[in-house]
Design a protein around this ligand. Structure first.
Ligand SMILES: [Zn+2]
Length: 73
């Protein structure tokens, strides 16, 4: 039989790309914390409560802190 289940995937707050585990072939997790942990272990960054993929943040030269790149138009 089949049963629909709810899963979680981190998506970039700037470009919308989903964070998947290419190596393991995992695209979603059963809880948000695990999804977030995998993202943070894969060079994603949490900035002001939002999650950004490696393409969407940069280092602020003045503060040496990560900041999101300007929004995509
Ligand atoms: Zn992104």
């Amino acid at each position: 039989m089949f049963k629909q289940v709810k899963m979680w995937q981190v998506q970039c707050d700037r470009c919308g790309r989903g964070c998947i585990d290419d190596y393991m072939g995992i695209v979603a997790w059963t809880d948000k914390d695990s999804a977030e942990q995998v993202a943070l272990d894969s060079e994603w960054r949490k900035i002001d409560g939002k999650l950004y993929c490696p393409d969407c943040y940069e280092i602020d030269d003045d503060t040496d802190e990560y900041r999101p790149k300007p929004p995509i138009r």
